[in-house]
Design a protein around this ligand. Structure first.
Ligand code: ADP
Length: 909
């Protein structure tokens, strides 16, 4: 999983990239430009400053002037004598420059007079043409002379200037020798037809000519030469930034229409000395004077952010704007970067908040983005600084919308997640309920049996010992089942919590398999099912295995195989495949339906219509154990024909012969122990039970009911072992053990605890206990725990000393190896079997099949347990024949039994 910060950066990068791409593409469209212009024009109209307009004045040949001048000078176009006259008048009255916004390109009457009247302060209009005309060399010569900069290959080529295919020039005689300036009067509009820019320089045929406003300034101050460098045009102390086409962006004042305009006839009158026109002389002093026409017939008009204005006004206005430096500085990348960063800050912050963001925050954020970016843009505009503020506003808004969409998506995902989590929780809850139902059901059955049979034993006086014992056995069996259920659950929980430890040790595989099979042999025999073990010759004798867990796995599989097989056989096969122990349990039972095969490994899943007892946990545990050991388990089954479980467990081959696994002790066959034990247990009936077991084991005992008494008794008197419950009143077992060890008590202390909790066990050991016994304690477990501790007392082992002398095997004898612990009981057992043989003969003769069956059953159960497999086999055959009413089959069996009993020689060791 990526860390949250990396995830955020990836998201933020994606968001910014998408925004810039989208707004970048949009900013190339006409819609964007128009929106930008409209907004900026509106801002300009609202915030434009008012100019004094005291550097300029324009004389307009308006309709009125035309009418008034017509009687004396005829109709327009006037003889150029008239212009010569007014030019002289204007020069004479201190005009700084005189710009004629009239194209003098055709020869006319009075040209010579005008040529004489012009000088270096005069500016003559040139007009740009959209297509080239056929020009004579003389034209190019004129252009060269009149140009501000450059011949071909000169600086003109690299200058930023508005390029035109052609320029119409005034007559050459006006320019030479007067040194009058040329000024291009053609205006340039944006795509929407509005004049916002003024190209300061124009270029045609490689020659650069100034615009009329610039030419007017040059004429007004001829001593100062213009310089062009690094995208700027410098004129004395003034500098104007040029864009790629050599234009500047103008800041229209709020009083753009208030250019001082005087009707031309007044100038003519003033020049003629007509009384009442003295104000004209005052007006022109120290100003740049423009002459032109706004008449509908002649004047050219242009649309500006300040409205529709005649070209004459524009030229005058632009000159004033240049002089007062009302030029907008172009957008700067660093400034745009800051605006963009401001715009994106909020969407990024929102994206960072992920699902924590609230809807109102998006709305407020949007407002802030627009306010900040548009506000900053407007403030900059008012200060004469251009910027891409609209771009920033749109980018911020788009990013905010993206953040909103991402938020909605995240919310949707979160909702989905919660939905699935809820489903999972419901399912888990349902599973828990099912588990509890199952568990309750599984517990109720044995508990009911226990309570019922116990009650019968308690309340029925005339029951007789045999029936009472029988009932008690049922109670016992059900207790064992309950215990198995609880243990299985604990096992499962422990495996699932990863608390299970695999303890491998050198193990004789054949012994382990035989031993395990013999555990289920009795049940298999009862069902008349053959049980076989087939061990592959290549299987190593000793493997490193966790004997307890492998045994548990096999018992589960074999137990199931026997349980779900009514006839036929169950085979346990074991083989070796390069470091892997392969075990197969094959049965000829009811099989499993294909659709159920995958489910049977789930806890509590019990399939098929079988009412066989069980918890439904066996296979779940088995699979987990196998996997925990790094192995695999597979099942294949044909319904009605049988099932095969195959387990493969990695196991190392070890050279050392493993110690022979201890066979489960047989309760009835155990010899007595001797010694003295102190029992500390507060629950009276548990205490009695332990006392009973100790009696049976032949051990002397004293009992106390709390830890304090235990300490006193242990220190008072001599005991071989102290059996101590860990949870007792007054002083608990842990404390008592601690006190005793503190006082130098050295005898073994065995902790009794109900909790199979590693922490509790660890604590008991820490406090000085030598071992642990888990409740409920069986007599075998008690014996197993006490035996090594009592052994060696007075130099004698605790087990019975009555070791019978080995019978030397004679010819024809059947020698059987028997566990030495059973030595004391075996002679009595064999004697009883001989009695049985006699009884069997009588039963067969008397056709008493029931008696024969019982004898067979008892022989079958006990023979195998003691280790006399042949006896078990004969017993099984007797029981089978008796059940089947097979008298003929029964007849040879008493003799076979007697024969065997006569020849059998047990050897202990
Ligand atoms: P239990 O045996 O206690 O019911 P398991 O987990 O051991 O629980 O088995 C689960 C189920 O799998 C059994 O109830 C049975 O339906 C099916 N099953 C297991 N082994 C066999 C087998 N050898 N033949 C047929 N069905 C089997």
């Amino acid at each position: 999983m990526q860390p949250a910060s990396t995830r955020f950066f990836a998201r933020a990068l994606g968001m910014v990239a998408a925004t810039l791409l989208f707004v970048g593409v949009f900013s190339q469209t006409t819609l964007y430009s128009r929106l930008n212009w409209w907004l900026e024009d509106s801002v300009q109209r609202l915030l434009g400053a008012s100019l004094p307009m005291d550097h300029i004045v324009a004389f307009d040949v308006d309709e009125d002037s035309m009418q008034r001048l017509e009687p004396e000078f005829g109709a327009w176009p006037y003889s150029r004598d008239l212009y010569a006259r007014v030019a002289r008048f204007l020069s004479g009255h201190g005009a700084r420059a005189i710009a004629f916004d009239i194209l003098f390109s055709e020869p006319r009457r009075g040209d010579d007079a005008l040529a004489l009247a012009l000088d270096g302060r005069s500016v003559l209009a040139a007009v740009a043409l959209p297509s080239p005309l056929l020009r004579s060399p003389a034209y190019h010569e004129d252009l060269k002379r009149a140009a501000l900069f450059g011949a071909a290959g000169g600086p003109g080529e690299s200058l930023r200037a508005q390029a035109w295919p052609d320029l119409t020039l005034p007559l050459a005689k006006f320019i030479q020798p007067s040194r009058a300036k040329l000024g291009v009067v053609t205006v340039v509009t944006d795509a929407d037809g509005i004049v916002r820019r003024l190209p300061l320089l124009h270029q045609a045929y490689g020659r650069v000519v100034p615009s009329m406003p610039l030419a007017s300034l040059l004429a007004a101050d001829p001593a100062v030469a213009p310089e062009v460098a690094a995208g700027e045009l410098r004129l004395g102390s003034r500098t104007w930034p040029l864009d790629d086409s050599g234009s500047i962006i103008l800041r229209y004042p709020s009083n753009a229409a208030a250019v001082p305009i005087v009707p031309f006839f007044q100038l003519v009158a003033a020049a003629a000395g007509v009384q009442g026109n003295a104000h004209v002389a005052d007006l022109v002093r120290d100003r740049i004077v423009f002459l032109g026409s706004s008449s509908a017939v002649l004047g050219d008009f242009a649309y500006t952010p300040a409205g529709r204005l005649p070209g004459l006004h524009l030229n005058a206005l632009f000159t004033e704007l240049l002089l007062t430096d009302n030029v907008r500085r172009p957008a700067a990348a660093w400034l745009d970067g800051i605006l963009l960063a401001l715009a994106l800050a909020i969407p990024l912050a929102m994206a960072r908040r992920e699902t924590l963001a609230r809807p109102s925050e998006f709305l407020v954020g949007m407002g802030i983005i627009v306010l900040v970016t548009a506000g900053a843009g407007i403030i900059l505009l008012a200060a004469g600084q251009g910027s891409r503020w609209l771009f920033a506003t749109l980018a911020g808004t788009a990013a905010q919308v993206l953040a909103l969409l991402a938020w909605l998506y995240a919310l949707y995902r979160e909702k989905q997640r919660l939905f699935y989590e809820k489903l999972a929780a419901q399912e888990a809850n349902q599973m828990k309920t099912e588990f509890l139902n199952q568990m309750t059901h599984e517990l109720r059955t044995p508990i009911t049996a226990i309570m019922g049979f116990n009650k019968v034993n308690q309340l029925t006086d005339a029951l007789g010992r045999a029936q009472r014992v029988h009932n008690s056995e049922i109670v016992h069996r059900n207790c064992e089942h309950l215990l198995a259920l609880v243990n299985n659950n604990l096992d499962l929980a422990r495996i699932e919590a990863g608390q299970l430890e695999i303890e491998r040790s050198p193990t004789e595989v054949a012994t382990l398999l035989d031993d395990t099979v013999s555990t289920v042999r009795v049940v298999a025999g009862e069902k008349w099912i053959a049980l076989r073990v087939r061990i592959d010759g290549h299987l190593p004798g000793t493997l490193s295995l966790d004997v307890v867990r492998v045994r548990q796995i096999l018992l589960n599989l074999l137990g199931n195989a026997v349980k779900f097989t009514d006839q036929g056989e169950v085979v346990l096969e074991a083989g070796w495949d390069a470091g892997i122990l392969e075990m197969r349990v094959i049965d000829t039972g009811i099989g499993i339906q294909p659709e159920n095969v995958a489910r049977i490994f789930e806890p509590f899943v019990r399939v098929g219509s079988s009412r066989a007892p069980g918890t439904g946990l066996g296979l779940a545990i088995t699979r987990k154990l196998v996997e925990w050991m790094g192995g695999t388990i597979r099942v294949s089954s044909v319904p009605g024909e049988g099932t095969t479980f195959e387990v493969r467990i990695p196991a190392a081959e070890v050279a050392l012969p493993a110690p022979r696994p201890q066979l489960a002790p047989q309760e009835a066959a155990l010899p007595a122990l001797s010694g003295r034990v102190l029992v500390a247990e507060d629950v009276a009936h548990l205490r009695s039970l332990i006392e009973l077991y100790l009696d049976k084991l032949g051990v002397e005992h004293v009992s106390v009911s709390n830890g304090f008494e235990a300490v006193e008794a242990a220190l008072d008197s001599e005991f071989d072992v102290l059996l101590m419950d860990m949870s007792m009143p007054v002083m608990d077992g842990f404390e008592a053990a601690q006190v005793l060890r503190h006082r130098g008590y050295r005898k073994p202390i065995i902790a009794l605890t109900a909790y199979q909790d590693p922490v509790e066990v660890e604590r008991a050991k820490r406090e000085g206990c030598s071992g642990v016994l888990y409740k409920p304690v069986s007599i075998e477990q008690l014996r197993k725990a006490l035996e090594p501790l009592l052994t060696g007392r007075d130099g004698t082992p605790g087990v019975s000393e009555a070791q019978p002398a080995d019978t030397a095997p004679a010819d024809g004898d059947i020698v059987v190896n028997i566990d030495p612990k059973l030595a004391e009981l075996v002679p009595r057992f064999l004697a009883r079997c001989r009695d049985n043989a006699g009884e069997l003969r009588g039963a067969v003769e008397a056709r008493n099949l029931e008696l024969a069956r019982r004898i067979g059953h008892s022989l079958f159960g006990t023979g195998t347990s003691y280790g006399f497999n042949e006896l078990g086999q004969v017993g099984q055959e007797i029981e089978r024949a008796a059940r089947a009413g097979d008298i003929a089959g029964l007849e040879g069996l008493p003799e076979r039994l007697e024969n065997y009993l006569a020849r059998v020689r047990p050897v202990f060791g």
